[in-house]
Design a protein around this ligand. Structure first.
Ligand SMILES: Cc1cc2nc3c(=O)[nH]c(=O)nc-3n(C[C@H](O)[C@H](O)[C@H](O)COP(=O)(O)O)c2cc1C
Length: 407
């Protein structure tokens, strides 16, 4: 666990977590950080926490003492969001001390009580403040359904620091550089990409609420954004606000100037056409990603489809339906409410077809509202004539996707 000073009286405790399935689902190819913050006036508050710490109260003691904080002097536990990756530490903290006040929204209070047992909970509403002394005044700003219904921002007026919890967070382990002003160009790109992965895997379902949270952030004068996951932005907090707005557009069908081929093939017939399409994309100078289902992870798949302006679905018919791993992938994208994408599908069948029908059902069921270029289905191996039709579809996609590009 790293301990860093953010400003006078404000500290960050951060640890990298790897080898877990985030939310029990998402493979973290590059890990994630869990960030916790301490604000010290005459009184001391700790904002969010690190998952269960390591379950050993002494470690928490040691880490706090290294930044000059006696755990016995922590007066307030601020729970911006009750999800156990931020609040799992409450039980362990109780082993050290039990006379503290939990500060949270009304919705979180109910959950704190049901998950950890609830005493000394102070419910806060929009604009309520907590004066810690020595000029440190915290204010609270609910941002419901930024992930869970209970979420709030905590804002420290003296240093203009926004503790934004899941909002403005990203996946990705942090090395020595935890602040935006320390990062190399590669690290900035890494966290942008991990931000997309985080937004698409965890947040995109709540895009309308995230838009409201972006608006609420704009009402606060912000010098520093300190999220629950990922780097702290103190040089240019506007960057992550702008990134999040752009990501919210990806959820509605915009994307980077790239195509994602979401594909699967049992015996290589559809794969032949995928190879052919790759040649076209290379010839046309279009950046593309290939995701073979079920081999690629859902985390990668959702992130890559989410950020792309054009989607090519290549999958055959299987038992009168769409090849199941591709159908499952699209269903997952639909559950995440990734809507409005521009797409083109082709695939092989043996005798009846049926893939197309299920594709339409998935789109309908999830209200995805994707725009499709006329699909191409072919019997057995793709013939010259099929490849010509596929080429026409790909070229139409490349032409139309220009309207979708937001970078
Ligand atoms: C388990 C299985 C089920 C299939 N079900 C159908 C079907 O319901 N209707 C159909 O037209 N073809 C069906 N096929 C045939 C495939 O769609 C056909 O072999 C196609 O060329 C496979 O393309 P691929 O090599 O890209 O996987 C099935 C094939 C397999 C192996």
């Amino acid at each position: 666990m790293k301990k860093l000073k953010i400003a006078d009286g404000i500290y960050m405790l951060t640890m990298n977590v790897e080898d877990i399935l985030f939310e029990g689902i998402w493979e973290l190819a590059n890990g994630v950080t869990l960030n916790s913050y301490i604000v010290r006036g005459e009184k001391t508050a700790i904002i969010d926490g690190v998952i269960g710490w390591d379950g050993i109260p002494e470690t928490l003691y040691q880490n706090l003492e290294e930044i000059g904080v006696d755990p016995q002097n922590i007066d307030y536990l601020i729970v911006n969001h009750m999800e156990p990756d931020h609040s799992g530490w409450i039980s362990n903290f109780r082993k050290i001390k039990d006379d503290f006040t939990v500060i949270c929204t009304d919705k979180a209070a109910k959950m704190v009580a049901s998950f950890y047992g609830g005493e000394n909970i102070r419910i806060v509403k929009e604009g309520d403040t907590l004066d810690l002394g020595k000029g440190k005044v915290l204010s609270f700003h609910p941002v419901p359904n930024v992930h869970w219904p209970d979420t709030m921002y905590t804002y420290e007026r003296d240093t203009k620091t926004l503790f934004s919890c899941d909002m403005f967070g990203s996946f990705g382990r942090m090395g020595d550089h935890c602040f935006d002003d320390e990062m190399t160009t590669e690290e900035v790109d890494f966290f942008e990409s991990e931000g997309i992965r985080y937004y698409s895997n965890v947040m995109t379902t709540f895009t309308p609420s995230l838009r409201k949270a972006i608006e609420k952030a704009k009402t606060l004068e912000i010098s520093t954004i300190a999220p629950g996951h990922g780097p702290v932005y103190r040089k240019n907090p506007q960057k992550i606000i702008d990134d999040y707005f752009r990501f919210s557009q990806y959820a509605e069908g915009a994307g980077k100037n790239e195509v994602t081929i979401l594909w699967g093939s049992m015996y290589g017939m559809t794969a032949k056409a995928v190879d052919y399409v790759e040649g076209i994309l290379q010839r046309e100078g279009v950046k593309y990603n290939k995701l073979e289902m079920p081999i690629d992870s859902d985390s990668e798949m959702v992130a890559t489809v989410f950020k792309s302006a054009g989607i090519i679905i290549a999958a055959p018919t299987y038992e009168y339906k769409l090849f199941p791993p591709v159908a499952a992938a699209l269903d997952e994208v639909g559950r995440k409410k990734i809507a409005g994408k521009l797409a083109f599908r082709f695939g092989s069948y043996g005798w009846s077809g049926g893939a197309e029908k299920e594709l339409n059902e998935i789109m309908e069921r999830n209200k995805m509202n994707w725009s499709f270029i006329q699909s191409v289905e072919f019997e057995g191996a793709p013939k010259e004539e099929d490849l010509r039709k596929i080429e026409a579809g790909v070229l139409e996609l490349i032409g139309k996707m220009k309207e979708k590009i937001v970078e």
